[in-house]
Design a protein around this ligand. Structure first.
Ligand code: MTE
Ligand code: MO
Length: 507
């Protein structure tokens, strides 16, 4: 007897529901087993790692820091399309669709194979539940009889089953997500806040910014601090579970708990952090007061062996950075294993419980968040972005930015306020100059100096007639070096060039 084919809509619903059941069950197991990520996120992570660097750069350029949301949404759309396709392929038999779901489940398992066991368990669960649910729903959806009464009976049964599956998958997903998040990072942050010894930060002197003239505040609030990382979901690592290992070419390996770390000498410093992907005029730069243990102290305690060249740091989610040891061992560099940011424990997005910060180096070679491992080694080992074509070493380049007027703004002609920021990390800003319409350079007023490791605000007024204008700025560091006008892209070691802003004066 030839089976009656499933109506298209019903077949598509079978595919979608089986997939929802798979993802819900996977998320639930991930939550119960305290996996770091659900199968869905694991596939996204694998996709990020497999993406060619050029595409990744393109995506970051196109979507900015929304690239993760775009990826997750894209994945959801692709998965839904596959689910519908699986259903439609199975109008006559259950097995073609079950095979599609099974193959997709295997991709998910493959994506987690190199990860922790909990993630493998979650993706295997998703695979099995997906295939079984598909077969079962397909069976329930089947039109066995031909009389109108029996057909409506069938439809009712399918509707009830579908509703139950949707509710079950939703509940499993929500419960799993809740279990994962409730792993206690918030309570860990609260507990840690009380334990971190209070270290007085150097006060920020009055006049360190020109907010009234349009610059940012000198210190960036934690919620406004720029964020860049490869993590699709923020790693949730409790301070109580954190173990740090400093090993490799050292005389004595160190393994530290969070409490053992904060019992050491803590320092507080203001540090400006910048991303190598910051375009000229971009906003991937922020300043905070960081509290932490000097990296140099830990290196001296462990005893660096001769021949060692870099500190290779790894995060809990497998990101890596390599920082030259000669920089970290400079007596006055001020590199920290930071535990606090602006008077609070690190926010999860910025690396709770521990991250590294090194004044003067771009974040990708120095500022590992959710830091768990540091190996003293040679330069032979390539770090995450180095493997993807970026420079092995990357000191922050001297740059300046115009914050006011905004590009394309309209301002009143006459005395026009121009203001912005400049940075020459670990050297300090000596001078900022501004010019309008290729005219003569004019020195800007500098805000009170805070430290050579932080940005410096500047402002000036220009007398401008009505019409279109272009202003440019350039900074000079304390060695007398002026930033180059040569335009260079962010790859491989940071953009250069003078920031120019075009606007209109109305008369
Ligand atoms: N674990 C981890 N740490 C990381 C990164 C990352 O992708 N993963 N990105 C680095 C880069 S490129 C920069 S610019 C800084 C940004 O730190 P922030 O997000 O606190 O501003 O973190 C660095 N540390
Ligand atoms: Mo970065």
């Amino acid at each position: 007897m030839t089976p009656v084919p499933l109506p298209r809509l019903r077949a598509a619903v079978v595919g979608l529901l089986a997939t929802a059941a798979a993802l819900g069950a996977g998320q639930l197991v991930a939550g119960i087993a305290s996996a770091r990520t659900s199968p869905f996120i694991a596939v996204g992570d694998a996709a990020i790692d497999l993406t060619p660097p050029a595409v990744k750069d393109f995506a970051i350029g196109l979507f900015g820091t929304a690239d993760k949301l775009v990826l997750l949404t894209g994945m959801a759309v692709v998965i839904a399309a596959l689910a519908v396709a699986a259903g439609l392929l199975s109008r006559w038999h259950w097995w073609p669709g079950a095979t599609v779901i099974g193959v997709f489940g295997l991709v998910g398992v493959a994506a987690t194979l190199t990860g922790p066991e909990a993630e493998v368990a979650a993706s295997l669960t998703a695979l099995v539940v997906g295939v079984v649910a598909f077969g079962w729903l397909h069976h329930v959806a089947g039109l066995a009889a031909t009389s109108p009464v029996a057909v409506s009976e069938d439809r009712r049964r399918f509707l009830i089953t579908s509703t139950l599956v949707v509710l079950g998958a939703g509940a499993a997903g929500v419960a799993g997500g809740f279990l994962q998040r409730g792993a206690g990072v918030t309570s860990s942050q609260l507990a840690v806040a009380a334990r971190i010894p209070k270290v007085p930060a150097p006060p920020v002197p009055p006049g360190a910014d020109f907010v009234a003239s349009g610059t940012p505040t000198f210190l960036t609030a934690n919620r406004d601090f720029y964020r860049i990382d490869t993590a699709l979901v923020v790693p949730q690592l409790r301070a109580e579970d954190w173990r740090f290992r400093l090993h490799g070419m050292v005389r004595r390996e160190l393994v530290l708990s969070f409490d053992e770390l904060i019992q050491r000498r803590l320092e507080a410093r203001q540090i400006t952090l910048a991303c190598v992907s910051n375009e000229v005029g971009g906003d991937l730069i922020s300043t905070a007061t960081f509290v932490g243990v000097p990296v140099r102290d830990l290196l001296l305690e462990a005893g660096v062996q001769p021949g060692a060249q870099q500190l290779f740091t790894t995060s809990v989610d497998g990101y890596t950075a390599g920082t030259p040891l000669d920089v970290l061992l400079e007596p006055d560099r001020g590199a920290l294993l930071a535990v606090g940011m602006n008077g609070e424990p690190l926010p999860t997005e910025h690396g709770f419980p521990i991250r590294m910060v090194v004044p003067g180096l771009y974040g990708y070679v120095s500022a590992t968040k959710w830091l768990v491992d540091a190996e003293v080694t040679t330069f032979d080992r390539a770090h995450y972005w180095q493997q993807r074509g970026w420079s092995q070493q990357a000191p922050i380049k001297t740059e300046s930015r115009i914050d006011r007027p905004r590009a394309q703004a309209s301002v009143a002609a006459g005395q026009v306020t121009v203001a912005g920021i400049a940075w020459a990390q670990h050297t300090g800003v000596e001078r900022v100059e501004v010019r309008a319409d290729d005219g003569a350079w004019q020195a800007a007023e500098l805000a009170t100096d805070v430290s050579r490791d932080t940005w410096r605000m500047w402002r000036t007024t220009l007398d401008l007639p009505p019409g279109e204008h272009v202003v440019e700025c350039r900074a000079t560091d304390r060695t007398g070096e002026t930033q180059t006008p040569q335009r260079q892209p962010v790859v491989p070691d940071g953009a250069t060039g003078w920031h120019a802003v075009q606007f209109t004066c109305t008369g």
